[in-house]
Design a protein. Structure first.
Length: 320
């Protein structure tokens, strides 16, 4: 490692995506990291001039290993469609001597076994963590840190089928057992990753505030601890509409159970938002991680965001 007490050299895989670009911006602003971006050899994405860019074929093991060499931490922020590439990238990072890997998480609580077992898109994330732990038997000191974020506010309002709030059509669909859940903005995720990597590797005065505390564990990022009704009210304020302007439909069903049944019936996972968002939004299904997020907000010193301001910005991007 470049300095025994802190991470300094950081490489990002997927720096042009939502989480990757927010993380790159925050790492850059912190002015304490030497940042490298790993991207595909055919990529035309551009990055700040002070960032080292390594364009490598993901099918070139030697090239990938060289790209990860001398890096303290590797952040994976790749798209869902690129998750098949992650195992070979993780292996290359381990062989190159990377000690801290932030695998492609940014979703639900990976420590909630029942939820992970039920939600297919969470299972490759578990596989990645298990791969890192297996590689650590050969590559001493290798560790992962998972980033639990819950649903992303912006995209979950952009696509009506996620929160079941149709901003443009002014329609909302509700389900049985609505719960309180944690949701994050993309900006907060970027801030949290930067704050995490800014922690000392170890800290005798406050062991919780150290990377070692989070080794092979999750941090719980959250912008808001909220409900569907609270989000709907914020959308109505942002759009200047009243409850009477909206069409409200109650299904009388449990959304998580609906999603599970669709899986059994063979519905494609990417066409079944109920399985993931039922897990997030249904009471007791796994989306409430506030007990963990409270302490992680303290350690990472994350700002308290304003729900109305965040929803207003998200709604504006939808064009409503």
């Amino acid at each position: 490692m470049s300095e025994s007490m802190h991470v300094r050299n950081v490489i990002i895989v997927g720096a042009s995506g939502n989480v990757g670009s927010a993380t790159l911006d925050n790492l850059n602003t912190a002015s304490k990291f030497s940042i490298t971006v790993l991207t595909r050899s055919e990529s035309s994405s551009s990055f700040p001039s002070n960032v080292t860019v390594k364009r490598v074929s993901y099918s070139d093991p030697a090239g990938l290993e060289e790209a990860f060499r001398n890096q303290d931490a590797a952040i994976f922020a790749i798209s869902f469609r690129a998750t098949d590439d992650q195992p070979r990238l993780i292996e290359a990072a381990a062989k190159a001597g990377v000690k801290w890997i932030l695998p492609n998480e940014y979703a639900g609580d990976g420590m909630n076994k029942a939820m992970v077992d039920a939600v297919p898109v969470f299972q490759p994330k578990r596989d990645a963590r298990q791969q890192i732990e297996e590689l650590a038997k050969t590559y001493n000191g290798l560790k992962w840190v998972g980033i639990c974020t819950g649903p992303w506010l912006e995209s979950s309002l952009k696509f009506a089928v996620l929160f079941d709030i149709d901003v443009q059509g002014k329609k909302v669909q509700t389900w049985e057992k609505p719960g309180r859940f944690n949701v994050s903005t993309i900006a907060q995720i970027g801030r949290a990753i930067t704050a995490l990597l800014s922690l000392p590797v170890s800290n005798t005065e406050d062991p919780y505030a150290s990377l070692e505390h989070y080794a092979n564990r999750f941090i719980y990022v959250s912008s808001f601890y909220t409900t569907q009704d609270e989000l709907l009210a914020a959308v109505q304020r942002a759009t200047g509409s009243s409850p009477e302007d909206w069409t409200r439909h109650h299904t009388g069903e449990l959304r998580f159970a609906k999603g599970k049944q669709l899986i059994k019936d063979g519905a494609p996972v990417m066409q079944n938002p109920h399985i993931t968002f039922g897990a997030y939004m249904e009471e007791g299904a796994g989306g409430d991680v506030e007990a963990m997020a409270i302490e992680d907000r303290r350690v990472l010193r994350l700002p308290q965001e304003d729900l109305d301001a965040a929803v207003k910005a998200a709604v504006a991007s939808v064009g409503a």
